[in-house]
Ligand binder design. Structure first.
Ligand SMILES: [Zn+2]
Length: 461
């Protein structure tokens, strides 16, 4: 019998340790591990390389600055080059999900190079009433933006498929609204993803900082203190304990937030934690430009140390990039000061090389820990059946990496919509060289070799 694919010679990272076996793939699944050379249609030579379970980027914004029918192609291209096999979209809709969700899913179909899933943001009471509908359509979770409200409630929604403009809106995530979302999510058995920053505290402090003439990433960080993260964490965890909801904190990057999460876990709250590559690499102490403006802000070297320690100890569960597919001109606005710039930047392609370079190759993480943080844990938390591990019967989403390959990061290598990367010029050691999605070789040596459409929608099961 001839098999679909064999991957030979790789060190295979499995939940039970490293296997020195060939991986055999049939009908988009891993069917066996063998020392034999079996007849097959596609042979992938991976001698001396490492095979990881395909990476899941839990946190991606695309479909905001360009509509999803275009963004699916460009951003999943960047994902594929970067070794990501599933990208989880943070969908933001201003109106009714019953209208917008089918449109967004239709326009996504057949256009992704890698698999994709959807988190649905809930902004108002009529959307609360649509949570059951969203769940029935296969969303992975519900997202709460505790940073949005009052004078800082402005947000860009995902734009309608085919549209060329931006969809601006103003929202207010009040405590009673948050309570309702947290309650409903528990009933539907889905986690809530939480952007934990208290908007009232942030608004007040930002106003003061601007009046004082503060500028730069340091002023930005100071005006959105980690204390305001801790405050929001407390608020939502109180509700989560009441209803038994699982809370997933997105983009945690400060020692203070981690400390608060520890306290909430000690009280029995069901909590998962995500961090992002920028909280592992970039500080306002070392960086002057506005490109690295993000919410919550990049912090200090001490915070970076705390985040790495939490990755190593298992306190942090997952990695998401918080990738925003914007361009420099839309990001910086008039370029006058930090307040006028938009928050967020692209990063999906940089996740794996940063973790290999600064994590695995600096002895901060083992490859097994990397596999758990970038794949297994996300698959478990969001019930992505078939994902998360290299094991017989699982989906053949496989990322092959060369841990010794050195390269200087350049945003152009990813082919996304963005014309910059905050990591441009960084020399990194350890890169993905092949990205396999559902048994199809999608990217090889920094080139996407398949047409869009290999990626499938992934719903919790
Ligand atoms: Zn985000």
């Amino acid at each position: 019998m001839t098999h679909d694919m064999i991957i030979t010679g790789a060190h295979v990272i499995t939940p039970d340790g490293t296997l020195e076996r060939n991986i055999v793939v049939d009908e988009s699944r891993v069917v066996s591990f063998t020392t034999d050379d079996v007849p097959c249609d596609t042979r992938i030579r991976a001698d001396g390389l490492v095979a990881l379970p395909g990476l899941i980027d839990t946190h991606v914004h695309y479909g905001v600055y360009t509509p999803i029918d275009r963004a699916a192609g460009t951003e999943s291209h960047a994902a594929a080059i970067g070794g990501i096999t599933t990208m989880m979209r943070m969908l933001r809709i201003g109106g009714a999900y019953q209208k917008a969700l089918p449109e967004q899913l239709d326009a996504s179909r057949g256009r992704h190079h890698v698999n994709y899933a959807v988190h649905a943001s809930i902004f108002n009471y009529s959307q609360v009433d649509e949570m059951e509908y969203c769940a029935s359509k296969g969303v992975s979770s519900f997202k709460i933006y505790m940073n949005l409200g009052g004078e800082i409630g402005h947000v860009y929604m995902d734009t309608a498929p085919g549209s060329t403009g931006l969809d601006e809106a103003t929202v207010e995530l009040t405590v009673p609204l948050i309570d309702k979302i947290v309650k409903n999510a528990a009933g539907l058995g889905l986690p809530v993803c939480v952007h934990a920053e208290d908007y009232e505290s942030c608004a007040c402090s930002m106003r003061e900082a601007q009046q004082k003439g503060g500028d730069g990433l340091g002023a930005w960080s100071e005006s959105r203190s980690p204390e305001y993260e801790a405050k929001a964490i407390q608020t939502v965890c109180r509700a989560a304990r009441k209803y038994g909801t699982t809370v997933y904190f997105v983009h945690i990057g400060s020692a203070r937030a981690l400390e608060q999460i520890r306290a909430e876990r000690a009280q029995g709250t069901k909590v998962h934690v995500e961090t992002c590559p920028h909280y592992l690499t970039i500080t306002h102490e070392d960086r002057g430009d506005y490109l690295a403006k993000v919410m919550p802000p990049v912090r200090t070297r001490a915070d970076i140390g705390a985040v790495w320690a939490a990755l190593g100890s298992g306190e942090i569960d997952t990695l998401g990039t918080d990738h925003v597919a914007n361009t420099q001109s839309s990001k910086l606005g008039d370029g006058q000061d930090v307040w006028g710039a938009l928050a967020g930047f692209p990063g999906i392609g940089a996740l794996l090389p940063i973790l290999l370079s600064s994590g695995v190759n600096c002895d901060r993480l083992t490859l097994e820990q990397l596999a758990a943080l970038t794949s297994a844990n996300a698959a478990k938390i969001f019930s992505l059946d078939g994902k998360g591990a290299l094991a017989v019967g699982r989906d053949a989403d496989i990322t092959i990496v060369d841990t010794r390959l050195e390269k200087v990061l350049d945003h152009e290598m990813f082919g996304g919509h963005s014309d910059y990367s905050i990591y441009d010029g960084m020399k990194l050691r350890g890169w993905p060289t092949k990205t396999i999605v559902g048994g199809s070789l999608v990217a090889e040596d920094f080139e996407v070799i398949a047409k869009p459409g290999t990626g499938r929608f992934v719903a919790p099961r």
